[in-house]
Design a protein around this ligand. Structure first.
Ligand SMILES: C[S@@+](CC[C@H](N)C(=O)[O-])C[C@H]1O[C@@H](n2cnc3c(N)ncnc32)[C@H](O)[C@@H]1O
Length: 472
């Protein structure tokens, strides 16, 4: 089997099970085939998109038999939009598959004695659960095959999400099931206004156009932040748009804008202007307040973030006496959340504004036993740091998808904290790091949490306990 297989159609391929990253597995002449956007139990024809000696990747082009596990997707954009790719699978099965992903990755990669992986903590809200969405304006709307075949002319301006793997094409979103509150009203209202007023939508190739990007952030208690990014510094156009939002959508509590003439949409280095309302929104968790500015990170599913942090705190089993290190602390949410149960908590994170937020949130809540440091983990977490701030009794670590740098893992093995609570959004790299840590640690508990219903993403918390000298 080789690259020559590319574009070949595999007929009557039985889809057997879910693999990683939402892909499913079938077999063709003894070789594994990874197929996207199908469900276990489907019988499909699939076109090969990538052929390798040991496996192939393919996309389904016809479904002959539908899996009995399929459900009808609820969103009209399903299949085109890149979000919510598991809508065709019931939520019960999504949860089972996510748990199974954790089991598979730990058995395949960690290869250490494991406790039973707990049933995943499912989400109360399987729709309208995100507190942040990022929409793009474009003059290059994605057209459906029927629209193209009709030969008619269509409106090409769009406000919505990128088509997977296409930086230049946007699906025009009519209703998004990811964000509640006013989100759909704001996006649709702004698009209608912009079309009626003939305002220009961004042209990513030519790097022109007034309307560039729309971010909507919400907090649980009816606070709504809207950030509009403009691709041209046109005061009249900007005023028109912002006035429209202010006058027509009174639920917005923080109305902000940015003029972004750069090649990309990131705005950490740009000025954010307050047009109306406050410069931030506020989230609460167990009475703690978290200030969220336009540049602040906050977990995008607030309710499930709370469940996740509860698991982390329970695994940490703090008595009030411990020194806790919260590695990759972001805006210090976990550190501030567990501070009441520890003697001191030290958070480390390399994004300086996030550390500034972490400190501000500690102050806002009268927390005096958290300390935060900005810097690259492998550089900050060294002997002199540890001797300055005491060795940790418990380490909570929540690295990015790539997992921890091996120098950081080395340092953790050297520090010998009694417990390590490892939170991860990527069980594969987590399992890899756990394998290294198993030189000194037992895996005691494994608890997946569902932060992103309708997607294949899974968050997982692992409790590691230091082996006694006899065990090592
Ligand atoms: C999964 S997030 C953690 C979020 C945080 N624990 C929370 O719940 O809000 C991972 C964090 O690691 C930070 N990070 C990534 N690489 C890093 C590094 N090499 N050194 C320090 N921090 C890093 C990122 O900026 C990000 O804030």
């Amino acid at each position: 089997m080789s690259r020559k297989m590319k574009n070949k159609v595999l007929h009557n391929l039985k889809i057997e099970r879910i693999a990683t990253e939402g892909k499913c597995v079938g077999h063709h002449e003894g070789k594994v085939v990874f197929v996207s956007n199908v469900a276990p139990g489907d019988l499909v024809d699939a076109r090969v998109t990538r052929g390798r000696s040991s496996f192939m990747e393919a996309e389904a082009i016809a479904i002959h038999e539908h899996s009995p596990d399929r459900v009808i997707p609820f969103c009209e954009h399903f299949g085109t939009c890149g979000g919510c790719k598991w809508q065709h699978i019931s939520y019960e099965l999504q949860m089972a598959y996510k748990r199974q992903q954790v089991v598979d990755q730990f058995q395949r990669i960690a290869k250490v004695p494991l406790p039973e992986v707990m049933p995943i903590i499912g989400a109360g809200n399987t729709r309208y659960y995100r507190n942040k969405l990022d929409f793009t304006f474009s003059n290059n709307r994605w057209l459906t095959r029927e629209e193209i075949d009709s030969g008619e002319d269509f409106e090409r301006n769009a406000l919505g999400f990128h088509i997977p793997k296409r930086f230049d094409k946007i699906v025009d979103i009519k209703h998004c099931y990811l964000q509640g509150s006013l989100s759909n009203e704001i996006r649709n209202g702004l698009r209608e206004f912009a079309l009626a007023e003939n305002l220009s939508f961004y042209d990513i190739i030519g790097q022109t156009g007034l309307l560039r990007n729309l971010i909507i952030r919400t907090a649980q208690e009816d606070q709504v932040m809207v950030i509009v990014q403009f691709g041209e510094d046109d005061p009249d156009g900007i005023e028109k748009v912002m006035r429209f939002l202010k006058e027509n959508i009174p639920g917005i509590t923080s109305l902000l804008y940015i003029v972004n003439l750069k090649k990309n949409e990131t705005f950490q280095d740009l000025d954010v202007h307050v047009y109306a309302g406050k410069d931030h929104i506020e989230e609460t968790m167990e009475g703690l307040r978290f200030k969220i500015g336009p540049k602040s990170f906050y977990q995008t599913n607030s309710q499930q973030a709370y469940r996740l942090y509860q698991v982390a705190r329970e695994f940490a089993g703090l008595t009030g006496e411990e020194t806790v290190y919260d590695l990759y602390t972001g805006t210090g949410t976990i550190a501030n959340f567990v501070a009441g149960n520890a003697q001191q908590v030290i958070g480390i994170e390399y994004v300086e504004p996030a550390i500034a937020d972490a400190k501000e949130n500690a102050l806002l809540n009268g927390i005096t036993n958290t300390l935060f440091y900005a810097g690259d983990m492998k550089a900050v977490l060294n002997e002199s740091f540890v001797s300055q701030y005491q060795k940790p009794d418990v380490v909570i670590t929540d690295p990015p998808r790539a997992g921890m740098h091996e120098d950081v893992v080395e340092m953790l093995l050297h520090l010998e904290a009694t417990k390590i609570v490892y939170v991860s959004c990527n069980p594969a790299t987590q399992a890899r790091d756990v394998a290294l840590l198993s030189a000194k640690y037992h895996v005691k508990r494994i608890q997946p949490v569902d932060m992103f219903p309708q997607t294949y993403h899974v968050e997982n918390v692992v409790l590691l306990e230091l082996k006694s000298n006899d065990d090592q």
